[in-house]
Design a binder for this molecule. Structure first.
Ligand SMILES: [Zn+2]
Ligand SMILES: [Zn+2]
Length: 353
């Protein structure tokens, strides 16, 4: 099979598509023919070697969907022909956090796709059956592959934590990325009103096209005043914070009394200042959120399918173009997500290199 193998850490060019033997499923595992795999910011970090969990050679890619081709021994609930999507990690199921229904806090995860086992930058992958969820009938696989990592965190923030109801208002920072666009769609599906924050004027039109109700351009994170103006001085019910420290001050400035701020992204890793007096007076809630568990994924797939949520795909690229896909994501050229599609033929540029 063709697969993009990470043989060493480094820049995008370490990603090379080569021919390797097709893996065989063992006990508890299934062989999946990959229909598509999203390219995630986490993949850039893993490729560069900044996280130690990956040991080359490794096949990256955790945002995958495809069809079950073969099942190993002891696999229940999946048969060849089933259409499946994956979630990123496998919680232990018996620690305190797992038993409290917070598997994303589990410290004993295993089977992390594209990290501790091979992932979706390939024609086929052998995966733990317990990492897979069936895709609802009629739902395209190139929608389902984004359910866990792209729709998961904003879904948890907006529906499970924010409990957004019709008429409520949500600020989304870093709105033109894959998670931001997903957040806009989720807010709309719930009948809420979204205010999308972006740093460049050329993202306004695509954000409007993606059904953001309002778009505010802010380079320096001082969008709070404009958000207050747009909400009649009150502020918003929820902030979905996808950028982190550079926009956090503006996020709090945007928040109505009793509002919630859910932090999903932190791009700079810088400490922030927080006026605790304000936190008390306004009774704000600030929470972090991680990616979706298996139970979340079932709920999210149904929600996406029911509301016809359509992920914004910037480009579909062949496996041979994986290096170029990483470059475009790193350069922030993309509005929405980049998909690797194994059935596509490579670009001329990829063939020449
Ligand atoms: Zn991801
Ligand atoms: Zn656990």
């Amino acid at each position: 099979m063709r697969a993009v193998i990470l043989n060493e850490f480094g820049g995008p060019d370490v990603l090379r598509c080569t021919e390797v033997p097709r893996p065989q499923p063992g006990p508890g595992e299934v062989l999946v023919r990959i229909a598509c795999c999203g390219v995630c910011h986490l993949d850039l970090i893993l490729r560069s070697g900044m996280r130690s969990r990956v040991q080359p050679p490794r096949i990256l890619g955790h945002e995958l969907a495809g069809e079950v081709i073969e099942t190993g021994a002891d696999v229940q609930g999946l048969v060849p022909g089933d259409r499946v999507a994956s979630f990123n990690f496998q919680a232990c199921g018996h620690c305190q956090d797992c038993l409290k229904g917070r598997p994303s806090l589990c410290r004993q995860t295993h089977g992390d796709i594209g990290q501790t086992r091979d992932g979706g930058y390939a024609e086929y992958a052998v995966l733990l059956a317990s990492n897979l969820v069936k895709v609802p009938a009629g739902m395209p696989l190139d929608h389902a592959c984004f359910a866990a990592c792209v729709y998961g965190p904003p879904y948890k923030a907006i529906r499970q934590i924010g409990k957004i109801e019709p008429g409520q208002t949500v600020v989304i920072t870093g709105a033109s990325g894959g998670l931001g666009l997903a957040a806009i769609q989720i807010v709309k599906a719930l009948g809420g009103r979204s205010i999308a924050i972006t740093s460049t004027a050329d993202k306004v039109a695509p954000l409007k096209a993606a059904h953001a109700d309002e778009v505010v351009v802010s380079r320096d994170g001082t969008f709070g005043e404009e958000v207050r103006r747009l909400t009649g001085g009150r502020g918003v019910d929820l902030v979905v914070e996808l950028i982190g420290s550079p926009t956090f001050h503006g996020a709090l400035r945007s928040l109505a009394p009793g509002g919630r701020c859910v932090v999903i992204g932190e791009l700079h890793g810088k400490p922030i200042e927080l006026n605790l007096g304000l936190l008390i007076i306004k009774e704000w809630e600030i929470r972090g959120v991680q990616s979706a568990s298996g139970a979340d994924l079932r709920e999210i797939l149904d929600f996406m399918h029911e509301h016809g949520l359509d992920p914004v795909v910037w480009k579909r690229m062949a496996l041979e173009d994986a290096a170029e896909a990483h470059r475009e994501l790193a350069n922030r050229e993309a509005v929405g997500r980049i998909l690797l599609v194994p059935s596509l033929t490579p670009s001329l540029a990829a063939l020449a290199s």
